[in-house]
Design a protein around this ligand. Structure first.
Ligand code: MIC
Ligand code: SF4
Length: 644
């Protein structure tokens, strides 16, 4: 039987394990990326490993999330990242150079290579045939040190595309359609390959929109073939030599096959507060809109921006609407300026924001209270915009422009003819905002600059054979990392200060959680299905660790968050029978005895000391994960390995 594109890349990078779905494999990682909100922690972790220079082919640190300096904190963290990168062999993309995924795709990604990034949208690289995955900061630190990246061998899904998108129907609508079909947990445990004759009608930026948003399906990653369109893109970026052709073998057997006829798709929109809450734009016709935001790593390419500029040209946005546009990179912004498109954008009344994540992570541009905000982003989780009762919808740039021009949700197909867009044959190449690291000889003299915002790591704890702790918080299905550890302008500057961050833990669900958890000493959290979906932020594990959480029991977990919990020494356990979730209540006194034997047998018994109920739990850990949990987290485990 033949292999899929992803299986071929995995085969070529396999360090241990076998390509059997559901079993643990370890992969050699060629490239890493970090962004600043997760990067400080990742580099602190890298430093504790004591490795002088990164051992990857290319590691890049981007500054794109924490671009508001409203105090010394972000500025200090950036200075730290810049200096630590210089010392240890990491390229440093300066603030203003763009969003990590957009810039990495433009300048560094290579088909057939493996990439992990401390950001969940790293699969954007799948748009050029990379095996690109989001990971916790500690896993990225280990990969920078030359260590393997461990994942569960995924199943292989294929989406077969036929036909061609009609004007005003876009790659974003393809992403929303697959979310509508599969839901936010439909891709868990799988790699989604996009194939079929329709692929040849999609440009690289369109493919990247689709692989970017595959993250919202919970997929390990998403990938497109590397073909002539990929070659043209790389050539336009002045790096045709990075091209290799990649395709799946014809006789591959997929675990699931889905079909989308591009020519039948309609403009779609995801309603608050989940990316899979998808309906047609037409069905919301007339809904009043307060704010429109265009940008983010999903929709900020030159292609997207040229279309937006062409639609805005000669028009003025509604006085009732506030429109922001954040181009994805300096390359995109410069080219918009050079061809005059930026003038059309500005003339329409839009606010042009810097090339960064911006409103997508609540770094400014929060909507008015109860405001309806249409965003070309990938996430609309509750509270993420910075306005607790903001109503965020996700849509394509075309739908976003239609709303800005009319003041209501409007099917963009009603805008008339799609203007002709002229794409340049080559991009403007200027890597001056990417600073190369010091040479090996000079590195010793580079001083790493640490600010006072950098605080100690939380103390991890080896799992003991008996865990006796109260159920300090019970939450429902699809709890995101934005619920567990919110972001936004006020909180993000403290990503290297866990004690400060801890005040906001689970704030969206229950503001009393931090105090109650601290008072309990050690505790257990109970969740529903797909617990920890969304971001790769390891802070959603490190902060609960700091507050004393020793285990999370859920119906199921999102991949990256489960790995982050184990790395932090917190046990992710699942209900053997999902209905047992209903038998537990907040404040119940819980006990699991025989933790070690349970890890070996794969099953633990949870006793509810309030009523004597015995509940069976699955403790599905590999030998490596058991050892990490027993040691009290990945750093402690790595240290133990070093000592033995
Ligand atoms: C996000 O989109 O949620 C983020 C902010 O980019 C996160 C990373 C973080 O929390 O720093 C992600 O997607 O991993
Ligand atoms: Fe940045 Fe938003 Fe993309 Fe996350 S999803 S990397 S916050 S643009």
């Amino acid at each position: 039987m033949g292999l899929t594109i992803a299986q071929k890349i995995i085969r070529d990078h396999l360090v241990s394990g076998e390509m059997i779905p559901g079993t643990e494999i370890a992969l050699k990682i060629d490239q890493t990326l970090t962004q600043d909100a997760t990067g400080t922690m990742a580099y602190l972790e890298f430093e504790t490993m004591g490795i002088p220079r990164v051992r990857t082919e290319r590691s890049v640190a981007y500054i794109d999330h924490n671009t508001l300096q409203s105090g010394f904190e972000n500025a200090d963290d950036h200075r730290y990242i810049q200096s630590v990168c210089k010392k240890h062999g990491v390229y440093f993309s300066r603030p203003g150079n763009g969003i990590c995924h957009q810039v990495h795709l433009e300048r560094f990604g290579k088909p057939g290579k493996t990439l992990i990034g401390s950001d969940s949208h790293t699969p954007t690289g799948g748009g050029i045939g990379m095996l690109a995955m989001g990971a916790g900061g500690l896993d990225v630190a280990v990969a920078m040190g030359g260590g393997a990246y461990y994942i569960t061998m995924p199943k292989m899904y294929k989406v077969v595309l036929t036909g061609k998108l009609r004007p005003f129907v876009t790659a974003k609508d393809v992403s929303l359609e697959i979310l509508r079909q599969l839901s936010v947990k439909g891709g868990v445990g799988a790699i989604i390959e996009w194939g079929g004759e329709g692929v040849s009608t999609l440009s690289v930026p369109e493919r990247a929109t689709i692989t970017n948003m595959g993250t919202e399906l919970g997929a390990t990653t998403s990938i497109f073939p590397s073909d002539e369109i990929t070659r043209e893109f790389l050539k336009a970026e002045g790096r045709e030599e990075d091209f290799v052709a990649l395709a799946s073998d014809p006789d591959v057997e997929y675990d699931k096959i889905l079909h989308i006829d591009l020519s039948t798709l309609e403009p779609l929109i995801a309603c608050p507060h989940s990316p899979d809450n998808v309906v047609t734009v037409a069905s919301l016709k007339g809904t009043k809109v307060d704010q429109v935001c265009i940008g983010s790593c999903t929709n900020s390419s030159l292609q997207d921006m040229l279309k937006v500029a062409a639609l805005l040209k000669g028009c003025t946005i509604q006085p009732s609407v506030s429109l922001s546009i954040s181009p994805g990179s300096k390359q995109v912004l410069t080219m918009l300026a050079e061809c005059g498109a930026l003038t059309d954008i500005l003339a329409s009344g839009a606010r042009v924001l810097e090339c960064a994540c911006g409103p997508c992570i609540g770094m400014g541009f929060s909507p008015n209270s109860g405001g309806v905000s249409l965003r070309t982003f990938n996430r609309n989780f509750e509270g993420r915009s910075g306005t607790a009762d903001g109503q965020v919808y996700l849509c394509s740039p075309e739908t976003a422009v239609a709303a800005a021009l009319t003041g209501t949700i409007t099917d963009p197909q009603l805008l008339g003819e799609m203007p002709q867009i002229h794409f340049p044959e080559s991009f403007r190449i200027d890597d001056s905002a990417v600073l190369a690291p010091a040479s090996e000889e000079e590195a010793a003299d580079v001083e790493v600059l640490r600010g006072p915002n950098i605080k100690e790591f939380p103390q991890s704890h080896p799992q003991l054979d008996t865990l006796s702790a109260p159920l300090v918080l019970k939450v429902g299905d699809n709890i995101t990392t934005d619920h567990i550890m919110p972001a936004g302008a006020k909180i993000l500057p403290y990503r290297s200060n866990i004690p400060h961050l801890s005040q906001f833990c689970f704030g969206v669900c229950d503001t009393t959680f931090p105090e109650r958890a601290k008072a309990a000493g050690q505790s257990i959290v109970v969740g529903g299905s797909n617990y920890g979906q969304g971001s790769s932020r390891e802070h959603a594990a490190l902060v609960p660790l700091y507050l004393g959480v020793r285990a999370v029991i859920a119906k199921s977990f999102a991949r990256i968050h489960a790995a982050n919990l184990i790395n932090a020494g917190i046990m992710p356990l699942t209900f053997k029978n999902a209905d047992d979730y209903d038998k537990l209540n907040q404040d119940d006194a819980l006990e699991i005895s025989g933790v070690y034997a349970g890890m070996d047998s794969g099953e633990m018994i949870l006793i509810n000391k309030n009523n004597g109920d015995a509940i069976a739990l699955c403790a599905d850990f590999t030998d490596r994960q058991k050892a990490i949990l027993k040691a009290g987290g990945l750093l402690a485990y790595t240290k133990e390995l070093g000592e033995n």
